[in-house]
Structure formats: structure tokens, C-alpha cells
Design a protein around this ligand. Structure first.
Ligand code: SF4
Ligand code: SF4
Length: 167
């Protein structure tokens, strides 16, 4: 894959071989729900990913304020978008002591589809670390940082709403 954005390239590389449960395939417990479910769903693309997936066979890019991509339920591991590489986690941007930091959280959007997320399972430390480091790379680049901050604001609001509703 030709990834021109350096931060995105680093994030892809970090998450190339890590998985939520390490050597155990979490897809075996849920029949790879996130991939089969993705047949009718689409994943948000980070900046600079759109041009990559527009030319990749098996993917359909849907343009919009935030472009998304649909797959056909299977893919080459090295051709997964970043949303799939970090799923079901997200590197949330938080402000602590006047500085931006990355806090890895379970993505609240994954609660309905991922049993690991629904049960807040303890995940492989290398995977969690890789998501955190990927977030640190993404925040170094203006374009990817803007996307990360915007999504972090949205997810923070979503989490606060869930707490208020007692979900
Ligand atoms: S839905 Fe969750 S447990 Fe199932 S394959 Fe996807 S990440 Fe793994
Ligand atoms: S792109 Fe690959 S990893 Fe992502 S949902 Fe589709 S089949 Fe699953």
C-alpha cells in the first residue's frame, strides 16, 4: 500500500500484526461479527485514507464530510483501514495539565457489535499500547490530528450522554 502521510503510515505499521486478544483470534468467539456486520455498514476513513481505498479492489468509498468505506466482509490483513486496525478501541484525545494526551478507550460505538467491548474485556497489552502509540503519531500531523480531536469530542459527548442516561 502506498501511504503518503507519514503519521498514518506509522500508525498502520504499528497495528499491522497486533490483535485485541494477542495470539487468540477474537473472531472465533463472535464469528467475526465486526467483519460480517460490515457488509451493510461502513467504516470512517481518516484523512489521506480515501485515496488509498478508492483504488483498492473489494472496497467502496462513500464520499462525505467524513468519507467512509464499505468492504465485502473479507480483506487482506495488510489492506485494512485504520478503523478496523484499532477496533474496538479508540485513541481519545484528552487535555490534562494543559497538554494533549492520548487515552485509549473502548469505542462506545462498538458496544452493540463487539462482545469484547460490551463486556469491557481485558485486551492484549501490546494491542492497547499500539493503539496509544498510533494515536501519538496521528496527533503529530495537522490533518490526522484534526480528525482525531473532532472524533474525540464526539465520543466524549456520547460517553457523557450514556452516563447521564445510566446506560
Ligand atoms: S466483534 Fe469484537 S470480538 Fe468479534 S472479531 Fe470484531 S473485534 Fe473481535
Ligand atoms: S475491511 Fe477487513 S477487517 Fe475491516 S470490516 Fe472489512 S473484512 Fe473486516
Amino acid at each position: 500500500m502506498d501511504i503518503k502521510n507519514k503519521s498514518l503510515r506509522e500508525a498502520y505499521a504499528l497495528l499491522e500484526n497486533t490483535t485485541p486478544l494477542g495470539r487468540n483470534d477474537c473472531g472465533s468467539v463472535c464469528d467475526a461479527y465486526c467483519c460480517s456486520d460490515a457488509l451493510g455498514d461502513s467504516m470512517e476513513l481518516f484523512p489521506c485514507e480515501k485515496e488509498i481505498f478508492e483504488t483498492l479492489e473489494g472496497f467502496e468509498v462513500i464520499d462525505g464530510e467524513i468519507p467512509t468505506v464499505k468492504c465485502n466482509g473479507t480483506c487482506e490483513r495488510e489492506a485494512r483501514p485504520l478503523a478496523c486496525r484499532i477496533y474496538p478501541l479508540f485513541p481519545l484525545v484528552v487535555y490534562e495539565n494543559g497538554a494533549e494526551r492520548i487515552r485509549v478507550i473502548y469505542d462506545p460505538r462498538a458496544t452493540a457489535s463487539c462482545p469484547l467491548c460490551a463486556h469491557k474485556a481485558k485486551l492484549d497489552r501490546r494491542f492497547v499500547r499500539a493503539v496509544r502509540r498510533a494515536g501519538k503519531y496521528l496527533i503529530r500531523d495537522e490533518q490526522t490530528a484534526a480528525h482525531l480531536r473532532k472524533t474525540s469530542e464526539y465520543l466524549t459527548e456520547l460517553i457523557e450522554l450514556e452516563v447521564k442516561l445510566g446506560l
